[in-house]
Design a protein around this ligand. Structure first.
Ligand code: SF4
Length: 397
């Protein structure tokens, strides 16, 4: 997989389109790669290998197995990666089979969208062109952040890059974007189609002016949910500034003359909570930053790094258990056997196999009510009786 990065990446578009100076600010900050990102890269390599073998190149089983073995030897490898990448391969196979003749298929294709974004390029996981439709399919291994496909700027930029590369050769009228995210809650496959001309308009009239600003480091800093993946997120002053809004609730007056009521209104509770949700994330980012700084020997006034709670383990479990057994301790005192949870078994088998084999045996009990933002996809629930329940079947009249 190519590792070179552009300043204005497609994956960061959601951020730099909202906060244009963030790209240049990030440039000066170190890029810390998380273990999750490294796991994602490994899963992508497995997915790529499978699609290559199936559609792109003549690869003998021996060569495929040896390549797969190398990937499986990675310390970050998990068997779940086989089932999630199978789901991705199945989806691609389904698209390919939906055409009467074999469509064009490319994997890990470098896509140049510099016509719209200065020096912009990225890598499309899988491109399929069948009939008058260009498919851009993106595999997401993460599960923490559920990725939407509609108006997703990353995929739209890949779409623009793919149009740039293939429009001369193919008569493309529609661009179908797909996110395959097998480990996320909810639908693991999300599709959205946009007309070619609409996408081109978006590139010229929406992206290009914003991207030029971002490339020049101009515009206003603007915080939002896009801050969480920004390299400046820990110490960004704008992000910190958002939370001073909480202080205002203590001193605010309606007109400057009237005293404020002693209790917060429901509208204020809603407002405070919206800020507080991000505040929680921000505080955790700050803690992580300060801990790293302290461990590096820097001074964060008022704070220091200390050893956390220690835990105990055996230096040699077999030997220790042997001593216990010979001392008359029964096995039942040393081992306990318990089944894996539904989620763990599904993870090991993959959603499809799991559903085929035991899907019918799974009971779904409603979860505990939880608070969510209005934008959440789940349906709102209430314990309040409806008007008809209120009458409780009483006869009227
Ligand atoms: S943390 Fe947020 S506000 Fe600050 S530069 Fe990054 S995206 Fe912009």
């Amino acid at each position: 997989m190519p590792t070179q990065h552009a300043l204005l990446t497609a994956s960061g578009a959601h951020r730099w389109m909202h906060c244009t100076p963030s790209a240049r600010l990030e440039e000066a900050l170190p890029d810390s790669t998380s273990e999750y990102a490294a796991e994602g890269t490994l899963a992508h390599s497995i997915a790529e290998l499978k699609v290559r073998k199936m559609f792109v190149e003549a690869m003998g089983t021996r060569s495929f197995n040896s390549k797969m073995k190398k990937l499986e030897a990675d310390p970050l490898y998990q068997t779940e990666m086989q089932t999630t990448t199978d789901e991705y391969l199945d989806y691609i196979t389904g698209i390919a089979m939906s055409y009467p003749t074999r469509p064009y298929i490319a994997v890990e294709r470098r896509l140049d969208f510099s016509r719209y974004v200065p020096e912009g390029f990225g890598t499309g996981d899988c491109i399929i062109i069948g009939g008058d439709t260009l498919h851009v399919i993106d595999y997401k291994h993460g599960k923490g952040v559920v990725v939407d496909v509609e108006n997703n700027p990353q995929l739209m930029l890949y779409g623009l890059g793919a149009l740039e590369a293939y429009s001369v050769l193919y008569n493309i009228k529609h661009v179908a974007l797909t996110v395959v995210q097998p480990r996320a809650d909810g639908d693991s496959i999300k599709e959205w189609t946009i007309d070619r001309d609409k996408l081109l308009d978006w590139g010229v009239f929406t992206v290009r002016p914003v991207a030029e600003k971002a490339f020049a480091g101009e515009g206003e800093f603007c915080g939002g949910d896009w801050c969480r993946f920004c390299r400046a997120r820990n110490t960004c002053r704008t992000r910190a500034g958002q939370y001073t809004a909480l202080e205002d609730f203590g001193s605010k007056t309606d007109t400057g003359k009237l005293p404020v009521p002693p209790l917060l209104s429901d509208a204020e509770v809603g407002e405070v909570l919206k800020i507080a949700v991000d505040l929680e994330k921000w505080v955790s980012d700050l803690k992580e930053y300060a801990l790293t700084a302290c461990l590096e020997g820097k001074e964060i006034p008022g704070w220091k790094a200390v050893e956390g709670r220690s835990s105990r383990s055996w230096d040699n479990q077999d030997e220790a258990f042997n001593v216990l057994s010979t001392g008359g301790i029964e096995e039942a005192m040393l081992w306990h056997r318990e089944p894996y949870s539904v989620a763990q078994i599904e993870k090991e088998l993959g959603k499809k196999t799991f559903n085929d084999l035991v899907g019918a045996h799974v009971l779904k009990t409603p979860g505990k009510p939880t608070l969510a933002l209005e934008s959440d996809n789940r349906e709102a629930i209430t314990m309040k009786p409806s008007a008809s329940e209120d009458f409780g079947g009483e006869r009227i009249g």
